[in-house]
Write a protein that binds this ligand. Structure first.
Ligand SMILES: [Zn+2]
Length: 91
């Protein structure tokens, strides 16, 4: 049986890869264009709808072009200037 280590070992250094560049909206696709507008609004810290997580969701859906089937509940209209949306089931 081996003795347990009783001193601090060297830390393991893991490689860090930069995040991939955000996808470009497909030209001529209305949904991609709309997602690009939402992504810009969600990425802007000055925007009332600032939410980096939702911006990443938009990236996922833009990469999912031609959106059949869509991976997220697709936004409609324009970004609301209010706070976060409420979830279903709340009274
Ligand atoms: Zn598209």
């Amino acid at each position: 049986m081996t003795e347990p280590t009783r001193y601090q070992e060297r830390p393991i250094e893991l490689p860090v890869y930069p995040a991939p560049p955000p996808p470009a909206p497909v030209e001529g696709c209305t949904l991609c264009t709309l997602l690009d507008v939402f992504r810009a609004a969600h990425n802007d810290p000055e925007s009332p709808v600032y939410d980096p997580s939702r911006a990443i969701d938009c990236n996922v859906e833009i990469r999912n072009h031609p959106h059949t089937p869509p991976r997220m509940t697709l936004p409609t209209g324009t970004p609301e200037p209010t706070g976060p949306t409420t979830t279903d089931g709340e009274a």
